[in-house]
Design a binder for this molecule. Structure first.
Ligand code: GDP
Ligand code: MG
Length: 396
């Protein structure tokens, strides 16, 4: 991008100079009054300074457009068109002019570039608007011209919008820690339960194996119970199923001395309010002891994700487990909605392998996933790595 600065004694003269030197591609960015010439402030005179840049496309003169439109209208009239046709023409012309005014030169080209990148990463319109607004109000022209710097800045801004939730924290009072995973059908709740059971039950990444039990209330779906029982068998972790509040109460009482009770839940459609109500009633037996996570697939559309979060709100889930991260290169949709709903994400799941494809969520990991950005990993590690290291939790 080529920038220019022009000084002149009047605004009109500055514009004329600009036209002569740069023609139709010149776009003005700033305009200010200055003092020109002189020595130590003496003999100087008033003047103006304009700055701007050269656009790739020359501005199509509006007068040319108007002329074209006028002859189009006259042609139509000549052809004996009705008055309504004429009105239609005028309206289209008006719209065209408005559209052109709206898109032309609205933002600095660097901001346009960021806007496109955010769009291609599936960030929501609201989120993008906020980002553009932030760039417009906080960056000087000079800073805007530094595109790499701007990309780092916007990534950091996005990073600050991502909230990372604590992983499972074990009670110190010896009571069984209950972890419940809720969420729509097929997002990977059962797979995640198996992963957590393996990580904590078998011991992994330097963790002492813990006493783990699995409870399933996924009895509606044929085969669902077998699925988790199979995992249990392989890992030698007992699996019980609960169909009623009484069942669940009993099971929790029996397992009160275990380190971790993982509860796998029914994956009914979030729109099936009746079933959700039943499930809530059943899970209420766990009381405040339950640490509840919402499993959400990274492939979910932003509007659907928002609906899901709303429907599961009554379960008071503490944080989100983002699943199927391996199935999409774009996560702006989820980041936008998590930020809008002020919800944190504690874990990510990025594949079907138990327990490998599972880790604590991290801002750096999310930002590294961003498509089309020239990511400076070191810089991001420095900004966010330390903060994440200080997050409590035994498993890192
Ligand atoms: N690609 C991918 N598939 C997953 C992931 N987690 C689970 N799955 C698969 O998604 C399907 C549904 O998983 P399941 O755990 O039964 O979902 P649930 O209905 O929520 O319990 C299974 O085929 C899993 O192997 C993941 O992180 N990535
Ligand atoms: Mg399941």
């Amino acid at each position: 991008m080529q920038y220019f600065t022009i000084q002149a004694t009047s605004h009109r003269e500055a514009l004329e100079k600009m036209k002569v030197q740069y023609g139709d591609t010149a776009r003005i960015l700033t305009h200010r009054n200055i003092r020109i010439g002189g020595f130590l402030g003496l003999f100087s005179h008033e003047g103006v300074e304009i700055t701007g840049y050269l656009s790739k496309e020359p501005v199509r003169r509006k007068t040319v457009q108007l002329e074209e439109a006028k002859s189009r209208i006259l042609d139509n009239v000549k052809k004996d068109q009705t008055l309504s046709k004429l009105l239609e023409e005028i309206q289209t012309l008006r719209k065209d002019m408005k559209l052109q005014n709206n898109t032309e030169n609205k933002h600095h080209p660097s901001i346009n570039e960021i806007e496109m990148l955010l769009k291609s990463n599936d960030f929501t319109e609201d989120f993008i608007k906020e980002a553009v607004n932030w760039l417009e109000t906080n960056f000087s022209l000079e800073e805007l011209a530094n595109r790499d710097g701007l990309q780092n800045a916007i990534l950091e801004w996005i990073g600050n919008k991502i909230s990372i939730g604590n992983p499972i924290l074990f009670n110190r009072d010896g009571n069984g820690k209950i972890v419940t995973i809720i969420g729509p059908t097929g997002v990977g709740k059962t797979t995640t339960i198996a992963k957590l059971a393996a990580i904590y039950g078998i011991g992994n990444s330097g963790i002492e194996p813990k006493n783990v039990r699995i409870v399933t209330i996924d009895y509606y779906r044929i085969g669902a119970e077998q699925q988790i029982k199979k995992y249990g068998e392989i890992m030698k972790i007992p699996v019980s199923s609960a169909e009623t509040r009484e069942d669940l109460k009993k099971i929790l009482a029996i397992y009160r001395d275990t380190d971790l009770i993982l509860i796998d839940t029914i994956g009914k459609s979030p729109k099936d309010y009746e079933k959700l109500g039943e499930m809530k009633n059943l899970l209420d037996v766990c009381g405040k002891q339950s640490d509840t996570f919402l499993a959400l697939s990274a492939t979910t559309k932003a509007s659907d994700a928002e609906d899901i979060m709303r429907h599961f709100e009554p379960f008071n889930y503490r944080s989100v487990i983002l699943t199927k991260l391996d199935e999409t290169a774009r996560i702006g949709n989820i980041i936008s909605i998590l930020s809008k709903k002020r919800k944190s994400v504690a874990y990510i799941s990025d594949g079907q392998s138990v327990p490998q494809d599972f880790e604590k969520a991290s801002v750096v990991r999310f930002l590294m996933n961003m498509d089309g950005f020239r990511v400076n990993r070191e810089l991001l590690e420095e900004k966010f790595g330390k903060r994440e290291a200080s997050l409590k939790g035994i498993w890192s």
